[in-house]
Design a protein around this ligand. Structure first.
Ligand SMILES: [Cu+2]
Length: 225
């Protein structure tokens, strides 16, 4: 019996590694949904997550360092854009959106510039139970006050379904290339990625199955206009 149960677990893990997970691969802007990887940088790790808190892959996913094959879409400041994954997100955890202003073009940006958070989605608590907003699509409003120009827009879903330290939280990341029109002149302080999440952050180490009644999404506070 021990052999069979161990084999079943190994098989389930293998299936998840090959078929599991999800990847944000379409962007809707101006009410129009682009094609797969049209405005989102393609990655080279299929739909696998990034787990190394020190890796530059945390910026735009593995293989997302170059925007050469990605088009940049114009969006008005104050408008809403949506990331859509291949399948609905199903691992519990928070969703965050970040922006970084490109030094020149979004296509040539390497993500080494400061990132500021523009939205976060944590769990809702009701009595002793928690609910996560698990969706196939997540939307964010581009702040109306940021300067016009080209940006990388990054979505991060941090899966914490296998609690640390027994498990390792998984980052599901994609970067879109956008050109913000309109806007204002407010500039926000940003953080470096990697470095925005630490292994000691309560939102990283949280155990969602035990005494879970509050949660702080990792990373900086949301920047407000
Ligand atoms: Cu998975």
């Amino acid at each position: 019996m021990k052999f069979f149960s161990t084999a079943a677990v190994a098989g389930a893990l293998f299936l998840e590694a090959v078929n599991g997970h999800y990847i944000f691969q379409k962007l809707t802007a101006n009410g129009v949904q682009g094609g797969v990887y049209q405005n989102i940088r393609p990655n080279t790790n299929n739909n696998s997550p990034v787990t190394d808190l020190a890796s530059n892959d945390l910026r735009c996913n593995v293989g997302g360092g170059s925007g050469a094959s990605t088009s940049t879409v114009s969006v008005a400041a104050g408008s809403t854009v949506t990331f859509t994954a291949d399948i609905a997100v199903y691992h519990q955890g928070p969703v965050s959106f970040y922006l970084t202003k490109a030094a020149s073009t979004a296509a040539s940006a390497d993500g080494s510039t400061p990132w500021f958070k523009i939205k976060e989605i944590g769990p809702t608590f009701s009595g002793s139970s928690s609910t996560w907003d698990l969706e196939q699509s997540y939307s964010v409003t581009i702040p109306s006050c940021i300067p016009a120009g080209e940006y990388l827009l990054r979505i991060e879903q941090l899966a914490i379904h296998n609690p640390y330290p027994g498990g390792i939280p998984q980052f599901y990341i994609s970067c879109a290339q956008i050109k913000v029109t309109g806007g204002g002149s407010k500039s926000f302080n940003g953080v470096s990625i990697p470095g925005h999440v630490k292994v000691t952050d309560s939102g990283y180490t949280a155990n969602i199955y035990s005494n879970f009644n509050s949660y702080t999404v990792p990373g900086p506070a949301v920047s407000q206009c």
